[in-house]
Design a protein around this ligand. Structure first.
Ligand code: AOF
Ligand code: ZN
Length: 341
């Protein structure tokens, strides 16, 4: 039964996807004698937390049951005053009997103090229920908090014979329409998308969300010597864009230039900078050089590869798929392979 309520809380949490970053996805179920009397989730960044939404969803007729009820929350209730008052205080005020959680909050502002507050008020607390599912749900938040860098998703499309582009990097259409649309949904789910210099100039991508509804991520491009043409879509100031380079730090319109040290490895500097900007996840869309540099540095969390049925015979070889295979599925005519490190 316990797991069933937590499964439901996890399911509710996912409804916030794409809307709560850099906060975690959190869901909450209030249960009394095997019956769910309240449900809620963190819906939008800066707005009410899951516990508050769940408690206020309880019908007035049922409110007297709260002191005999259990709150299933996917994350330790917060104890700090942030954009929202502490959830621990609310649970105490409502005299909830028991609180069960998946994960402890790695946020140093909370980190154990939520549980301590609840216990001090005489509330029974249990944590670690479906802990793996909770970590999976908030892989971005946990990676960010624990490793001080964004969660990194590498994405590319390759032909059946392993090519990612034509000879000399000439762009070719590899994956189908459905895959293309799926990529737009992925863009809307991550904080940022990144491309390398070559991809920026040859593909002239917009890196926005067009084919599905959703929010536009931050665009990131690497242009070490600032050689890219200002006529590219990336510099149209249509959405915030970050240009990592070795020459200048500057801000013009929606374009931010950030200078990195040419004498030190690029990726660690770049990821640390993204951490300070509170970017929790990045979708790396190519090209091969950039993808390979993330792989070589061991700095990635997930690979998503579309493998089409087409053959190219010659061109630029795609990176080698590695990690643990999580899923293989068909998207239109393409095989979508998902691996985690
Ligand atoms: C909870 N329940 O539903 C969420 C929590 O700025 P604030 O006030 O929104 O606080 C954000 C922090 O609160 C976030 O970093 C994380 O530690 C915690 N998120 N906690 O009890 C929730 N979303
Ligand atoms: Zn809270």
């Amino acid at each position: 039964m316990m797991n069933l309520f937590m499964e439901r809380a996890l399911e509710l949490a996912t409804l916030g996807r794409g809307h709560v970053s850099p906060n975690p996805l959190v869901g909450c179920v209030i249960e009394h004698n095997g019956r769910i009397i309240g449900e809620g989730w963190h819906q939008r960044y800066g707005e009410a937390h899951a516990e508050r939404n769940a408690i206020f969803s309880v019908r007035p007729d049922d409110a007297y049951l709260l002191p005999e009820s259990t709150a299933y929350v996917t994350l330790e209730p917060c104890s700090h005053y942030g954009k929202q008052p502490p959830c621990a205080n609310l649970l105490i005020e409502k005299q909830i009997k028991r609180v069960i959680c998946c994960n402890d909050d790695p946020n140093p502002l909370v980190g154990g103090q939520g549980f301590a507050k609840l216990r001090a008020a005489g509330i029974a607390v249990e944590t670690g229920v479906l802990v793996g599912k909770g970590r999976e749900l908030n892989a971005r938040f946990f990676t960010f908090m624990e490793q001080h860098r964004p969660y990194i998703v590498l994405k590319w499309a390759e032909t059946a014979d392993g090519f990612i582009a034509g000879p000399y990097g000439k762009p070719v259409t590899i994956s189908g329409d459905l895959s293309h649309r799926l990529v737009h949904r992925w863009r809307s789910e991550e904080d940022a998308i990144m491309v390398g210099t070559h991809t920026a100039s040859t593909d002239n991508p917009r890196l926005n969300v067009r084919l599905v509804p959703g929010r536009n991520p931050l665009r990131i491009v690497i242009d070490k010597q600032l050689k890219l043409s200002k006529d590219l879509h990336l510099f149209d100031n249509a959405q915030p864009t970050l240009v990592y380079n070795f020459l200048k730090t500057d801000l013009t319109g929606e374009t931010t230039y950030c200078r990195l040290n040419a004498d030190e490895p690029l990726l660690p500097q770049l990821l640390t900078d993204l951490y300070t900007r509170r970017i929790q996840s990045v979708l790396v869309e190519g090209g091969t050089t950039l993808l390979q540099s993330f792989i070589d540095a061991g700095l990635w969390d997930e690979m998503r590869v579309f493998r089409s049925r087409t053959m190219l015979q010659a061109g630029v070889k795609a990176p080698v798929v590695q990690g643990n295979l999580v899923r293989s599925e068909l998207v239109g005519d393409d095989e979508l392979i998902t691996c985690k490190k």
